[in-house]
Structure formats: structure tokens, C-alpha cells
Ligand binder design. Structure first.
Ligand SMILES: Cc1cc2nc3c(=O)[nH]c(=O)nc-3n(C[C@H](O)[C@H](O)[C@H](O)COP(=O)(O)OP(=O)(O)OC[C@H]3O[C@@H](n4cnc5c(N)ncnc54)[C@H](O)[C@@H]3O)c2cc1C
Length: 390
């Protein structure tokens, strides 16, 4: 492995594929099923440790933050190749893609201190944006951070935090301005999740998995040097973050979806006489495949733009909407084609299909609802006239 890979994503892909297909220790993570979210995250974090040790998940991140250089294309290639070689994209990478870029950009000292441990799988972070009265209308959030000397004192609640129950740190959007200051009075801050004055409760999804959590801050003291960006700059940091949350998430989820579609095809062919696909399965799988190709074509362009340092901004909402449709279709096809086994089979593989089907129901909600994404596209991408209010 040489630094030449940092400036050549194609060479990186070739070398990475050779490693992923040739490294025997990785087979432990292939076709593995988990019974709990906590078990899956911990095991995937161990996979990050392996990838870090060999250097592969360090590409795409700056050397100042534990990386080996390169850009978003390297990260996209990593997710592609993991999925192509039947390995999971480690769960903590989902929030790494959302939270890592703004921390690198707006708080390089924090990135240097904590990102290497994240890449090694020794810690992971949660995104504390949503609150009971602030989801789509994020500027209404109320969790308050009051400056006291060299610290901020946090009071309030966050809700629906992915992996929040096990995260080491929480990147929170908090109100430092007046209650009426809307988006002008927000700041972003990194909080140690185990700190005094913080309590967390896991939230089980319909599948039974503890995928989300809520956190309560009761005079939680956070050093002021944990700010990400300046005080009052939180909205700008959040907008920078959201383009990664929507765009890189779409890329990695599409890579996973391709893998799951391939597995579905193989599973159906294996159980059908003559190892052919059952009637109408080929057409439905092809329909889903073509939707995923659409996501990927769009997403590849977005990733290339991010890699040049361009601001994708509201355009990332297009990627998110396309992905949500393809994901829902994939899991509906899985449910339909796997037949009664999807509902009744008592195997780890069937349980995974069921759990992922449930999770796919949230594809039009998480990271900003589909309705809100369409409004963003109408207002900020297409520049359509505002709807008349009755
Ligand atoms: C699986 C999952 C993971 C999540 N992970 C995180 C996380 O890690 N961190 C985090 O901070 N949050 C997370 N969220 C929360 C998510 O960001 C919010 O659920 C989402 O932004 C919607 O907010 P809400 O739930 O408050 O719904 P509301 O904002 O109350 O919306 C309810 C409904 O009203 C519609 N609506 C609202 N406003 C408008 C409008 N102006 N025009 C048209 N329709 C509108 C919405 O589309 C939706 O259908 C997660 C959610 C899910 C489901």
C-alpha cells in the first residue's frame, strides 16, 4: 500500500478488492446475522478495526484526522467493494459519513483527537438534532446550551438518535440564542454521551431492535472547546452536514441494497426447481435493479461533486428521495417473493429480512421526510413559485 492510492481512486479500488477477496480473517463477517442492534454494532466496529489496521477505511479522510488522504470517492469505493464482496458496510460508518465531514471541516482539533478512534471502531457517535417538538422544523429546537465560563451547560431532550444508546459521543444541535432566535441562535457541540447530567433510553423499533434512543440533558456540563464551528453558526454547520447525511447515505445504502437484491435472487433461485427464478420474480427484481441503477447514477455525480469540495446543498434531497423509493421497493419485493417464509420462518436470515423490511418503512422519514425533501427541491432547486395559501 502506498500513498499513490490516495490520489488514484481506481488504483485504490483494485488494491482494496485484492485485499477484501484475499484476506481470510474477513470471512468471519460474511453472511453473518445478529439478534440485537448492540451485537451488530459491536461486531461491525471490530470489522472497522480490521480495515483500519490494514489502512483501507483510512482513505478518504485527512491525515490530520487519522486518515491516509484521498476524498469522498475513496469512501464511496470502500462501501461499493465491501458490498460487492459480501461484506457488511459497518453500521458505525453510517453516522461517520454524516458527522465526520462537518467535524473535519469546522472543528479540525476535535477531528484530530477523536476521529482516529472512530475509524478504528473504538468509538462511534450519534446525531442529536431531532426533539419531540422539532423534527421537520429543526429551527424550533429547544435544547438549550448556556455559556458559563469555559463551559456550556445543557438542558433539554433529544429524540430518535440513531445508535444513541451505545454512542460514545453525541453531536448535538443546541440553542445558544434566545428562544425566538430560530436558526440564527443555534450552535453545534460534541458531547460525551456518558457525561454527568446525561441519561439515555433506547427506543425499540417495530422490529424490536433498539436502533434509536432518546437523551435527556439535566445541567450537563460540556467544555466550550467542544463547539463545532463558532457559537451561533450551528445552522450553517447543520446544512453542510445534511448534504453528507443525504448524499453519502444514499450511496452506501444503494451499495447495500444491491447486495441484498443479489442475495434475494440467489436465495430464490436456490430453493426453486432447476435453480431458476419463480414466475414474475425476474421482472420484479429487474425493476428494483433499474431503480437502484438510477440512484447510483445520480449518486455517483453527487459524490464526484463533494470530492471537488463543491456544495451540493439542497440537490442532495434528490438522491435521498430516489434512494427511499428503491429501498422500499426492494424490501416489498423481498416480502412478496419470499412468501410465507418471510413472516413465519424462524431463521436468522428470515429475521433479518423482516427487521430490514420494518426499517425500510422509515426510508421516507429519517434524515428529513419525503414531503419536506420535495419542498426543498421545489423551493431551492427548481425555484418553483410558492403555493398559494388558502
Ligand atoms: C429510523 C430513524 C432514524 C433517525 N435518526 C435520527 C438521528 O440519528 N438523529 C436525529 O436527530 N433524528 C433522527 N431521526 C428523526 C428524523 O430526522 C425525523 O423523524 C424527521 O426529520 C421528521 O421529523 P418528526 O418525526 O418530528 O416528524 P414531523 O416533523 O412532526 O412530521 C410529521 C409529518 O408531517 C409532515 N410535515 C411536517 N412538516 C411539513 C411541511 N412543512 N410540509 C409538508 N409536510 C410536512 C412530515 O413529512 C411527516 O409526514 C430518525 C428518524 C427515524 C425514523
Amino acid at each position: 500500500m502506498t500513498d499513490a492510492l490516495a490520489s488514484d481512486p481506481a488504483a485504490y479500488r483494485t488494491a482494496l478488492r485484492a485485499y477484501l477477496t484475499g484476506e481470510p480473517t474477513l470471512s468471519a463477517w460474511r453472511t453473518k446475522h445478529y439478534t440485537t442492534t448492540e451485537e451488530r454494532i459491536a461486531d461491525h466496529a471490530a470489522l472497522m478495526g480490521e480495515l483500519y489496521q490494514a489502512g483501507w477505511n483510512r482513505y478518504g479522510w485527512p491525515t490530520s484526522a487519522g486518515g491516509l488522504g484521498g476524498d469522498e470517492r475513496h469512501r464511496a469505493v470502500l462501501y461499493d467493494e465491501l458490498a460487492a464482496t459480501d461484506l457488511p458496510i459497518p453500521t458505525p460508518h453510517l453516522m461517520l459519513e454524516t458527522l465526520g465531514p462537518p467535524v473535519v471541516r469546522f472543528a479540525p482539533d476535535l477531528a484530530a483527537e477523536y476521529l482516529p478512534a472512530y475509524l478504528r471502531g473504538k468509538e462511534w457517535w450519534g446525531q442529536g438534532f431531532s426533539e419531540p417538538e422539532a423534527g421537520s422544523d429543526l429551527a424550533a429546537l429547544r435544547c438549550r446550551a448556556r455559556r458559563e465560563g469555559d463551559n456550556y451547560v445543557l438542558n433539554g431532550q433529544k429524540l430518535w438518535t440513531s445508535h444513541g444508546a451505545t454512542a460514545t459521543r453525541l453531536v448535538c444541535l443546541v440553542r445558544t440564542g434566545t428562544p425566538e432566535s430560530r436558526h440564527r441562535g443555534l450552535s453545534m457541540i460534541m458531547v460525551d454521551a456518558e457525561g454527568t447530567g446525561i441519561s439515555r433510553r433506547p427506543i425499540a423499533l417495530a422490529s424490536g431492535d433498539n436502533e434509536l434512543a432518546e437523551e435527556f440533558f439535566d445541567d450537563a456540563v460540556v467544555p466550550a472547546d467542544r463547539l463545532i464551528g463558532a457559537e451561533g453558526q450551528g445552522w450553517a454547520v447543520a446544512m453542510y452536514l445534511l448534504q453528507y447525511e443525504r448524499a453519502m447515505y444514499a450511496w452506501m445504502s444503494a451499495a447495500e441494497a444491491f447486495r441484498r437484491l443479489r442475495e434475494l435472487r440467489d436465495e430464490l433461485a436456490a430453493t426453486n426447481p432447476g435453480r431458476t427464478l419463480p414466475a414474475d420474480a425476474a421482472q420484479r427484481i429487474a425493476e428494483c435493479y433499474s431503480q437502484l441503477v438510477t440512484v447510483r447514477a445520480r449518486s455517483a455525480d453527487t459524490v464526484r461533486q463533494l470530492a471537488t469540495g463543491a456544495t451540493v446543498g439542497p440537490e442532495a434531497s434528490v438522491d435521498k428521495i430516489l434512494l427511499a423509493g428503491a429501498e422500499i421497493l426492494l424490501y416489498d419485493i423481498g416480502r412478496d417473493l419470499l412468501g410465507p417464509g418471510f413472516v413465519f420462518e424462524d431463521t436468522a436470515a428470515a429475521a433479518q429480512w423482516r427487521s430490514e423490511w420494518w426499517y425500510s418503512r422509515s426510508a421516507t422519514i429519517l434524515g428529513g421526510s419525503a414531503e419536506v425533501q420535495r419542498t426543498i427541491i421545489a423551493d431551492h432547486v427548481l425555484g418553483l413559485p410558492r403555493e398559494a395559501t388558502k
